[in-house]
Design a binder for this molecule. Sequence first.
Ligand code: FAD
Ligand code: SF4
Ligand code: SF4
Length: 473
Amino acid sequence: MTTKLLQFVNQKKEMPKKRSGSIRLKDFNEIYNDFNKAESNKQAGRCSQCGIPFCQVHCPLHNNIPDWLKLTAENRLQEAYEISQSTNNFPEICGSICPQDRLCEGNCVIEKGFESVTIGRVEKHITDTAWKEGWVKPLKPVKEINKSIGIIGSGPAGLAAAEQLRKKGYKVEIYDRYDRPGGLLIYGIPNFKLEKYAVERRTKILSKSGIVFHNKFEIGETISFETIKNKHDAILIATGVYKARELDVPELNISNIIPALDFLIASNKKGLGDMVPEFENGKLNAKGKNVVVIGGGDTAMDCVRTAVRQNAKSVICLYRRNKENMPGSMREVFHAEEEGIKFSWLSVPIKFKSDKNNINIDVANVRLDKVDSSGRQIPKILFNKTYSLKTDLIIKALGFNPENLPRLFNYPKLRVTNWGTIKVDHDTMMTKEPGIFAAGDIVRGASLVVWAIKDGRDAAESIHKFLKNNVRK
Ligand code: FAD
Ligand code: SF4
Ligand code: SF4
């Protein structure tokens, strides 16, 4: 069955069916069902095959979107998959979790008047089909190259680089401090956005392709950076950013004020079947509690939505700006609202008081002032307009900064920017130290999976050029 193209006038934009707010709160599964073949064909057929496809321009990987949409509409899914996977290592993952409203779909030309093509979910359907049909296979490099690359960090940047390098025939070893590979794909992003089997099947096939994973292997702890550096012909640092930003208010050592990532990691580990003592003893568990999440980005949305699924008694998101000025994806805010989360906009905590198991928060209102260099209005705290909130658990979701890697790695030759990210030559992703490259959030600051994949691919290309032309001492 093939579908005609240019159907955007006759055919409405549709997403796959979404489970209702109340039903989906009963589990941690993906909130969307998958497209079936007919639905995917129909949606792909809405594309107008633009001469200058702005969707592609605004996809960080410059995916060849019009071509794979056309092939999907013509029911040529295997060819669509070949094209899709040639520019993206994990198309089904991006199809699920890219903020498409800010990237490809937000720039689709038919968006004006007809609503965009449903690009992300078609991308996911193509690669999910490829997995079902057995088209996704372990890599078989044409020739083996007797040079090895050590990658520190198995998040999307490290994994994408590993796959690209292994394809060329290099020996690749990935070191990660966690017990499972995947970085934030496995332990940060909740299951209801990205089901973990999708990450695990990827890391399994990379392992079958000959990539060696060393889990529970922390560089700077388990082994020194110097040792790893001397073992390999090139190194890629892809360690992400994990230092939680702190509140401006003294926390007075109150134990039920916790960082977002501790909460999310515990929940993800639990979902993966692990025994998590701090979840079992209630410290990192929202069950039966009045929960306040402080922050307004995607991490805050993941926390409120996790807390409500853990059967919290109530969940409030406290954010210092208003909805229009939120930094995260509007789609995620919409999902949180559908799931019954309450938002206190224009609110900041100014004081905590601990009383047995409860915390009293003094909250001040905020007025938004003129726009700053980031294009968002500056919040001004109104100390004379306050109210108070009683809560059992506060989750801090204010964003992340990089750790001091030169110190952790005991390697001062690594240079950092004013923001603490690793300094690289952006044309080559190489640091000032020959043969040492860096990619992903540790270079960009907290960003997106799709950008981490792009950086990993770019770094792999540069490492290849470097190793062709140089022998590192
Ligand atoms: P990471 O994924 O952070 O991986 C880094 C890895 O390095 C980790 O596994 C870590 O254990 C390892 N590591 C660190 N230090 C060492 C060391 N010394 N030795 C060994 N290993 C080490 N992006 C989206 O596009 N969509 C989303 O919906 C989305 N949701 C998010 C939700 C949350 C809660 C968070 C925190 C982020 C989210 N992001 C999302 C952002 C996205 O996850 C990151 O931008 C992306 O994972 C960065 O990839 P990376 O490979 O650079 O680092
Ligand atoms: Fe859109 Fe992300 Fe897919 Fe690019 S990778 S086409 S931005 S969903
Ligand atoms: Fe198709 Fe929209 Fe891309 Fe144009 S911008 S090629 S209509 S998906």
